[in-house]
Write a protein that binds this ligand. Structure first.
Ligand SMILES: [Zn+2]
Ligand SMILES: [Zn+2]
Length: 384
């Protein structure tokens, strides 16, 4: 039943967004007891609606993945994956752990494991295929420049010879004897009637006479597919790409799931990345720092000149605008060059003599400097 305006799942169960899974379970149990149609004979329709609403909310909030998607995107984040609460039998089957001891349905549902395919009007319900995840490791350069790459994914696909039915081609399916082809079996519990997916045919209403040899009656076979994916320039760790429709096929003509490519970028030997900006350390000599110099610095597109002004202090950060990484959402980052003044650790005789001469003419007051004139004065923004 399509609901016109969807209420917030947390609100339905009366829990906070920080509620633990135990609290959510307990809230649902309470709601289910309260709104159970059996307990509200005078107001059955309204109770039923609330009961279903709570069941749907619980199906999402009790699943950590769905809950995370719901927290981020609301109802849109879980559309298509929301548990179908239109059938009471399914509700009880799905949440057996909760209802088993509450309503005394254990004897009916006990031992009935396995996922169900709900029947509606005699036809098995279409289900969306599962999403797949692929972890892709990229070199720093490929991530920076973007790359087209082929990935191999093993996935379940509908068996071709039998078109996913599991029946040997040319043979006929026959009506299930247990449910007489209806796909559902009915139980009566007090004045509450329960329908349940037929355990013999799993809701299909039909059973296979002779199994397809290719898939041994499963209707599905594992295939490894090669898929080309275009990785945009500037991708970073934790990013993921969605390749629509490349997940597993849906059941009963349902749509295929999606493929998610999770990106992992290897570290660069000297570039460090912060968002789209790049950082690197480049040593300069004492005399280059004092006298000024023009040096060559590495960028992602080859070497570039960087002018070191006279009197450059250790730790000065120079910025090369637009020489960082491309941002996949547009624009480009900057490159920051941190100059380190290299002090010779072992002096030759000649160097020693020269430094001694220098010492006589360059004097520094060995007193702590004021805070304001220390760290921040070193940042030099060079726009180039
Ligand atoms: Zn059946
Ligand atoms: Zn087959």
């Amino acid at each position: 039943m399509p609901s016109t305006s969807k209420r917030d799942y947390y609100e339905i169960l009366g829990v906070t967004h920080e509620a633990t899974s135990e609290q959510i379970k307990s809230a649902y149990r309470k709601a289910a007891l309260k709104f159970h149609p059996d307990r509200n004979p005078e107001n059955k329709a309204d109770a039923e609606h609330k009961f279903r609403e709570a069941s749907e909310a619980y199906s999402v909030l009790s699943d950590p993945q769905k809950r995370a998607a719901y927290d981020r995107y609301g109802h849109a984040g879980v559309s298509g994956q929301v548990f179908d609460a239109s059938n009471f039998g399914t509700i009880f089957e799905e949440f057996q752990d909760i209802f088993g001891d509450v309503f005394g349905f254990q004897d009916i549902f006990g031992g009935g494991g396995g996922r169900s395919r709900t029947q509606r009007g005699g036809r098995a319900r279409a289900q969306r295929g599962a999403d797949l995840r692929y972890d892709l490791k990229l070199s720093f350069e490929d991530a920076a420049a973007g790359v087209k790459t082929k990935i191999k994914i093993p996935r379940m696909e509908n068996c071709e010879p039998c078109h996913g039915t599991g029946a040997k081609p040319g043979t006929k399916m026959e009506a299930c004897a247990t449910c007489r082809g209806r796909g559902q079996v009915h139980y009566q519990q007090g004045f509450f009637a329960v329908s349940r997916t037929c355990p013999a045919c799993h809701g299909a209403g039909q059973v296979i006479q002779e199994s397809c040899q290719e898939c041994r009656g499963q209707g599905r076979v594992e295939r490894t597919r090669t898929i080309e994916v275009a990785i945009p320039a500037g991708v970073d760790n934790q990013m993921r790409l969605r390749v629509a429709g490349e997940g597993e096929p849906g059941a009963n003509d349902g749509p295929s799931g999606d493929l998610y490519v999770f990106i992992e970028v290897k570290e660069h030997s000297f570039f460090e990345r912060r968002g789209a900006d790049l950082y690197c350390n480049v040593p300069i000599s004492v005399s280059q720092a004092a006298l000024g110099a023009e040096i060559q610095i590495p960028t992602l597109d080859g070497n570039e000149k960087l002018a070191i002004p006279e009197g450059t202090q250790p730790g000065t950060l120079f910025r090369k605008k637009g020489k960082g990484l491309p941002d996949p959402h547009g624009g480009k980052g900057d490159l920051y060059v941190n100059v380190r003044v290299a002090i010779p650790s072992k002096l030759t005789k000649e160097q020693k003599t020269l430094f001694e001469q220098l010492h006589r003419v360059v004097k520094v007051e060995n007193q702590p400097v004021e805070r304001s004139s220390s760290f921040f004065d070193k940042v030099k923004d060079i726009f180039s």
